[in-house]
Design a protein around this ligand. Structure first.
Ligand SMILES: O=C(O)c1ccc[n+]([C@@H]2O[C@H](COP(=O)([O-])O)[C@@H](O)[C@H]2O)c1
Ligand SMILES: Cc1cc2nc[nH]c2cc1C
Length: 352
């Protein structure tokens, strides 16, 4: 059996007994019932994922930044040149990007995965994973971005990265991405999986003017009309209108779900990849935590489709895993409550 098929088969629903135990525990803790809002639901869900209450603290956390390039850049959908992708990979490895700063602040670690960068990285570093499937995608507005084989290979890169990180002790995974032009395939994926109109899911990416935005909406519309992607064939959708980092992140989510470790989603690229993961294995949604609400309109459409409420809403639109890393201490706090907080009984606090 292929790694992808094996991984999909290993993904199981949340454990109802562990969730019931976490729910009951919450009612005994020294706080008014429900006073932690959606953090209570998150703690319950992570108990269901782990199959035990309290679930293990989601630590240490590792953010994997998947990097890839995009043939659709030929359509002038981003103001930034392609070489920025590889240059930012070097910046991540040198520790100088925003995600590195947020990771230092929170205690997360950063690994970088070259799954599809056009220019081979010149730096070697112990936190660089070289798994290049193809040096950038084809232009999705004129032909399929990837073959099915390439899309599957990229998904399997993500599965392997997740499994390796968990084997090396990670208790929480966070998604990151880097790829000039990658908000265009993200929009196309979200339209394909949710049925939303291109105009409703195509945003300003790194910051584009009205003219570029109009062209970008047209590119997404043309790609959807050309390929007519079938949401019942998630690999076909990823191949037609996706990107190598989108496919790898879909695999990363599946890999985390198969190992029953929470995966914190970053922005719109992760959200689009999560739709592919959910289409491949619906129970994978149980392992997903929406780290934040990206300013890209497609992010909210994707999260609504997945039934996920984002933890942080700061208008971020950077990518790299920044929103996911910021959300990690909140995820850990939701679990910490189930470990540390005294009960009314043990603390001698009167109940109402
Ligand atoms: O995470 C997000 O929601 C997000 C929103 C807008 C832009 N980005 C980042 O910006 C790059 C893609 O933007 P663009 O305009 O080139 O498509 C890519 O490197 C992403 O990580 C990321
Ligand atoms: C500088 C820069 C940093 C980024 N990080 C994620 N996407 C990015 C895009 C640009 C342009």
């Amino acid at each position: 059996m292929s790694l992808l098929a094996e991984t999909v088969r290993a993904i199981r629903p949340l454990d109802a007994a562990a969730m019931a135990a976490a729910h009951a525990r919450h009612a005994t803790l020294t706080k008014p019932p429900g006073s932690l809002g959606s953090l209570e639901d998150l703690g319950v869900r992570l108990a269901g994922l782990a199959g035990v209450n309290p679930p293990p603290l989601p630590e240490p956390a590792v953010v994997a930044v998947f990097a890839g390039d995009h043939g659709v850049l030929d359509q002038r959908v981003s103001p930034w040149p392609q070489e920025v992708t590889g240059q930012m990979v070097a910046n991540f490895l040198a520790g100088g990007a925003v995600v590195n700063a947020f990771a230092r602040q929170t205690g997360a670690s950063v690994v970088v995965v070259d799954v599809g960068v056009a220019a081979p990285p010149v730096t070697s570093a112990e936190n660089l994973i070289e798994a290049n499937v193809r040096r950038g995608t084809r232009d999705l507005s004129v032909e399929p971005a990837l073959t099915r084989e390439e899309a599957t290979a990229a998904v399997e890169v993500g599965i392997r990265v997740a499994a390796d990180l968990v084997d090396r002790g990670a208790g929480c995974l966070a998604t990151g991405d880097m790829g000039i032009g990658n908000t265009t395939p993200a929009a196309a994926l979200i339209a394909a999986f949710t049925g939303a109109a291109a105009a409703d899911v195509t945003g300003r990416g790194t910051g584009i003017d009205d003219e570029t935005h109009g062209r970008k909406v047209g590119v997404v519309q043309r790609a959807l009309a050309l390929h007519r992607p079938d949401p019942g064939d998630p690999i076909g959708v990823l191949a037609a209108v996706g990107g190598l980092e989108h496919a790898a992140i879909a695999g990363f989510v599946l890999g985390g779900a198969a190992r029953r470790v929470p995966v914190i989603l970053d922005g719109v690229i992760a959200d689009s990849a999560a739709l592919a993961a959910a289409a491949l294995a619906p129970d994978a949604v149980g392992a997903m935590v929406a780290g934040h609400r990206s300013a890209e309109p497609g992010a909210s459409v994707a999260l609504r489709h997945l039934g996920l409420e984002p933890l942080v809403d700061l208008g971020l639109r950077l990518g790299e895993g920044t929103g996911a890393v910021l959300a990690w201490p909140i995820v850990a706090s939701a679990v910490r409550v189930l470990h540390d907080v005294a009960t009314f009984d043990s603390a001698g606090v009167a109940e109402k």
